[in-house]
Design a protein around this ligand. Structure first.
Ligand code: NAP
Length: 286
């Protein structure tokens, strides 16, 4: 990625740039923002951390975003979630110019994913370029998961996929991406009856819930690929995924750990999205 950024900067006379906005001092957010800033530095992407006080009003935050929207030298804007309770997250996400929405959460980007088929129908997924061009920004976590799936070398076409969780930032976009890779997709959620039986149908099982060790060995079909998105902090301070890793690792053909699995891939895709926004803005198309 560094070489890609350096050669684009030399060709176009400007380096891709990212602004990460953090409101307040939530310790988990501080760690996530720090990781994103480090990744940007590593990739030679120009980055700025805009740290704003908890007391900021929604209107003031929108004014900051508006200024960044209007700044031609900024390619990507990310607002670290969650925001304090007095600020409406939906309003803030909508206030970001969709062209600069590197998280892919803006309704224009979400709608683009759901309404369109990828532009390159013959795209062959690779770890570095997991998603064909939809002409818009795809949310980083599901995009990173496609990259992990590509790294297994397993053909996705025709596979049964079960995605547990239906949030707009992970579960739903994940399901659409797998659908577009010719999987037969089930989305499970908190009202799903007999979750273990549904999960056992899966060749590809993706858990995006936030409930430690919800997925036990009884949920995994032998040879399945298991991707664990969940991150929960346990009372002893350690992190846990949604999957009981130790119990499932010998049943699955591939399994992702927490921490160290989906999280770093999400940050990598954020860098890729920043580069893609920069390229689309240079080409004057979105
Ligand atoms: P979310 O918005 O809270 O969604 C959780 C989903 O899980 C909901 O759809 C919910 O169903 C479902 N669910 C809850 N309990 C369930 C149960 N017992 N059985 C089946 N489904 C159940 O969470 P999110 O934002 O998608 O995040 C999910 C997890 O991934 C969290 O731990 C989060 O921290 C983590 N995460 C990690 C990354 C990363 O980069 N590694 C990125 C994003 C999120 P209902 O819709 O019925 O309520």
């Amino acid at each position: 990625m560094q070489q890609q950024v350096d050669s684009m900067a030399a060709e176009y006379g400007r380096t891709p740039s990212l602004v990460v906005i953090q409101v307040g001092n939530d310790p988990a957010s501080t760690i996530y923002v720090r990781n994103k800033m480090r990744a940007a530095e590593f990739c030679h992407i120009r980055s700025q951390h805009l740290s704003l006080p908890d007391s900021i009003t929604e209107q003031e935050l929108c004014a900051h975003i508006s200024r960044l929207n209007d700044n031609n030298d900024i390619d990507g804007i990310l607002v670290q979630l969650p925001l304090p309770a007095h600020i409406n997250e939906d309003t803030i996400i909508r206030s970001i110019n969709a062209e600069k929405d590197v998280d892919g959460f803006h309704p224009d980007n979400a709608a683009c994913l759901w309404l369109h088929q990828p532009l390159q129908t013959n795209h062959k997924a690779s770890i570095y370029d997991p998603v064909p061009d939809y002409g818009c920004t795809i949310a980083c976590t599901p995009k990173g998961i496609l990259s992990m799936l590509a790294s297994t070398g397993v053909e996705l076409d025709g596979k049964r996929a079960v995605v547990i969780g239906r949030s707009p930032i992970v579960g739903k976009p994940m399901a659409k991406l797998l659908l577009d890779r010719q999987c037969t997709v089930t989305i499970a959620h908190s009202h799903t009856a007999d979750l273990p039986a549904v999960c056992r149908e899966a060749d590809i099982l993706i858990a995006a819930v936030g409930k430690p060790k919800l997925i036990t060995k009884d949920c995994v079909k032998p040879g399945a690929i298991v991707i664990d998105v969940g991150i929960s902090r346990l009372p002893d301070g350690t992190l846990s995924g949604d999957v009981d890793f130790e119990a499932c690792k010998d049943i699955a053909s591939f399994i992702s750990p927490v921490p160290g699995g989906v999280g770093p891939m999400t940050v990598t895709m954020l860098m890729q999205n920043t580069i893609d926004c920069y390229k689309r803005r240079l080409n004057g198309k979105h």
